[in-house]
Design a protein around this ligand. Structure first.
Ligand SMILES: Cc1ncc(C[n+]2csc(CCOP(=O)(O)OP(=O)(O)O)c2C)c(N)n1
Ligand code: SF4
Length: 470
């Protein structure tokens, strides 16, 4: 005879996070999460796909989902599951990608992300646990909180004027064209639980069959957040909640061909320039002189409109053409002109851990505030290149090389004030041999992509910057 309950092979037998009684779970008695975990684990085992399944654990009470289900796991920031799922699925179309999200995670902070992923019909599976509340943080209002329901942030009950109406996620997504399967089920009685189990299996099977985006919304008891006994909470989940969130299938299939990406050829790092069409002869000056190239960290800072980001882009592109590892990370305010802007460029012989730069080896300061802000961070023995047109007094900073270049005046003398950034780029080339002039010459048309006469002007400005330092 079949046992009434058997533990799925993909369900860990012990909750190893606990030191003591590992036979238990971190969920409160009567919580719905455990049921759904079990159905997911069981389906993965039955379908034989656990080895290629990736479960995305959310922020919320189910943050430890990876302690229960023996599959690949990724832990994501609050609400970001759909973006991560998209990346995972597109990079690994054969993986079975599962987003597991609470109502705070999916409908509040991640509300837009799920709409966009559903609208693209991403071929992955979402289990959306709607317990009408933020369970983990102590029972605050969620987008799905029922009208008049008391929560820790709505002690007088949810009101339309203050908090709006409960968001019906399935119906909302049902207004989109691309989703393949949307169903709302509940946890609370054996009959409801069986339907939930069936929906979980169907949603996973859809993905395995490459059908498209499937989401199962589960009305799920939260006895702790609702301040109810488990038995009452189960009843409330299957009797009261469905009055607002009707159970049933909202969408079951379509015959659209969304052309879901198939597995792409994996490209080895060394092959990248060829595949991207950026291969040019090795133009790194240091490669020629045989000196092993050290990691160079360029920080370029100034006002929006001074061409700070473009300067960094050309450096980064030149580094790439010289077959170096490169990162380029801009940082700027919302203003198109006049706000502060900076960018970080790292050029290195080996893989770069982080694109952030705390201690630049070269700081290009296009204005006074940039010297003030970043000058003290330049690494001992590093270089500060400042725009002497904007910084009248030579900065005084010990232990570093300081070079002033009147970039604005030089640019004006060349007939175009906009090329002040190119003048400073020339100064960088004169002071730091990491990126060669040949590499910059090759990078220019790829980045600037403008008329030949402008490229020529940029080259004249770079040469003028080199001359200004020498
Ligand atoms: C960026 C960010 N904002 C806020 C939080 C705090 N926080 C943790 S869990 C949570 C709500 C989770 O609620 P829900 O998604 O409904 O899951 P449940 O706990 O009910 O299962 C919030 C707001 C956080 N961790 N990160
Ligand atoms: S607070 Fe609610 S959702 Fe969280 S574990 Fe407890 S019952 Fe489950």
């Amino acid at each position: 005879m079949q046992p009434a309950y058997s533990c799925p092979a993909t369900f860990y037998k012990r909750f190893t996070r606990k030191d003591g009684n590992q036979e238990t779970t971190h969920y409160c008695p009567g919580c719905g999460h455990g049921h759904v975990h079990k159905y997911v684990a069981e389906a993965l085992a039955d379908f034989g796909v656990a080895d290629r399944a990736i479960l995305i654990s959310p922020v919320g009470c189910s943050v430890f989902a990876y302690y229960y289900i023996d599959a690949g796991n990724v832990q994501v920031a609050h609400g970001r599951s759909p973006a991560v799922a998209t990346g995972l699925k597109r990079a690994h179309p054969d993986a079975v990608v599962i987003g597991y999200q609470g109502d705070g995670d999916l409908a509040a902070i991640g509300g837009n992300e799920i709409i966009q992923a559903a609208n693209r019909g991403e071929n992955y599976t979402v289990f959306f646990i709607n317990n009408a509340i933020y369970g983990m943080t102590g029972g605050q209002l969620a987008p799905t909180t029922l009208m008049d329901m008391k929560t820790s942030t709505t002690p007088a009950g949810r009101s339309a004027g203050n908090e709006g109406f409960p968001i019906k996620v399935c119906e909302l997504l049902g207004a989109l064209t691309a989703p393949y399967y949307l169903e709302r089920v509940a946890i609370g009685t054996p009959a409801h639980n069986r339907k939930t189990r069936a929906a979980v299996r169907k949603a996973l099977q859809n993905q395995i069959d490459n059908k498209g985006f499937s989401l199962v919304e589960v009305l799920s008891p939260c006895p702790t957040g609702w301040k109810m006994k488990p038995v009452d909470a189960a009843k409330w989940a299957v009797e009261t909640m469905p009055k607002v969130f009707p159970l049933g299938v909202i969408r079951d299939g379509h015959d659209l061909d969304l052309g879901h990406p198939r597995r792409r050829r994996q490209v080895a790092l060394g092959e990248l320039p060829k595949v991207l069409g950026t291969q040019v002869p090795d133009v790194c000056a240091l490669a020629e002189c045989g000196t092993p190239i050290a990691e160079a960290r360029f920080k370029i800072s100034g006002l929006g409109g001074q061409g700070v980001l473009l300067l960094g882009q050309i450096l980064a592109q030149a580094g790439m053409l010289a077959q170096r590892q490169v990162t380029w990370m801009p940082s700027y305010g919302p203003e198109m002109r006049g706000g502060t802007a900076s960018c970080n460029v790292i050029v290195a012989p080996e893989e770069i851990g982080s694109p952030l730069i705390t201690e630049p080896t070269v700081l290009v300061a296009m204005n006074g505030p940039s010297v003030e802000r970043f000058g003290k961070d330049v690494v001992a023995g590093g270089t500060l290149l400042y725009n002497a047109s904007m910084v009248p007094e030579r900065p005084s900073l010990p232990g570093i090389r300081i070079v002033g270049v009147a970039a604005n005046e030089i640019a004006d003398s060349l007939g175009d004030p906009r090329v002040q950034n190119m003048v400073m780029l020339g100064a960088v080339l004169a002071c730091d041999a990491t990126v060669s002039k040949d590499a910059v010459w090759a990078a220019l048309p790829q980045v600037v992509k403008s008329k030949p006469e402008l490229i020529a002007l940029n080259k004249r400005a770079i040469d003028a910057g080199i001359a200004a330092v020498k």
